[in-house]
Design a protein around this ligand. Structure first.
Ligand SMILES: [Zn+2]
Length: 244
């Protein structure tokens, strides 16, 4: 049995994170993680880029292909071994069914954290592969409720950082038990519940940097003009930035 340390909820410049997928994979390895997923908002692109970066740098890091989907009822994490499904339904239950048919895992993110767009009581609808029971940036009460829900439904729990800056990667993580170090095995082990969440919080320095980054993001958005969603505006702005 091999035990891997994995943080499965990280944001990059593809959505509203401060650092690129390349910077994230380097930092994850430095921090002693063996598995990550970059879960940008409504995009698998961060993980796909991370996978390419790992290959070109020859790093020993499993990258699970991830996406934090903003459904009509809140945020849901999707994890796939090696591919990015073409369709991403916005209805939470349709998303669940479709992604499971694709062989992917469907995991409500911080379900009871309203400030972070959790799906709330819909988590009890069931049929999920796991539940994010600890989010390093959520309040303790929301995390406790998520932990209780996972226990009630007999589902595996995940602990993740939800890092938007590289310093916070791995603040919370999971021990994943596998037979082989492959993305397929990581997915399979989580589905079987061979995962132990390891809660943890970012330090004062990381909290200060995260706050500075979220202020910077907002100022940036204001200069660009208002948009429907913070992260979409950031995403567009960054794409323009890359092209110039
Ligand atoms: Zn997130």
């Amino acid at each position: 049995m091999i035990r891997l340390r994995g943080d499965l909820h990280i944001h990059s410049t593809v959505s509203d994170g401060k650092h690129s997928p390349g910077e994230i994979v380097v930092r994850a390895v430095e921090k002693g993680l063996e598995v990550i997923s970059i879960t940008d908002h409504d995009s698998f692109e961060g993980s796909l880029r991370a996978r390419r970066a790992v290959e070109s740098m020859g790093l020993e890091l499993v990258v699970v292909i991830g996406n934090e989907v903003r459904t009509t009822h809140g945020d849901i994490l999707v994890y796939c071994a090696n591919h990015a499904p073409e369709r991403v339904p916005k209805d939470p239950l349709q998303l669940r069914d479709y992604m499971q048919e694709e062989g992917c895992l469907v995991v409500p993110a911080h379900p009871f954290d309203k400030r972070r767009m959790g799906i709330g009581e819909l988590v009890y609808e069931g049929g999920w592969d796991a539940i994010e029971v600890f989010n390093a940036y959520s309040d303790p009460w929301s995390n406790e409720k998520a932990k209780y829900a996972a226990k009630e439904m007999g589902l595996p729990g995940l602990a993740n950082s939800d890092a938007h800056i590289v310093d916070s990667i791995g603040a919370a993580y999971n021990i994943i038990e596998v037979q082989e170090v492959t993305p397929e095995e990581v997915i399979e082990s989580i589905r079987k519940g061979l995962v132990i969440p390891r809660p943890g919080r970012p330090g004062m320095k990381e909290l200060a940097s995260s706050l500075a980054w979220s202020i910077e993001r907002r100022l940036f958005r204001r200069r660009r003009g208002e948009s429907r969603l913070d992260y979409l505006a950031d995403y567009e702005a960054r794409r323009w930035g890359e092209q110039t």
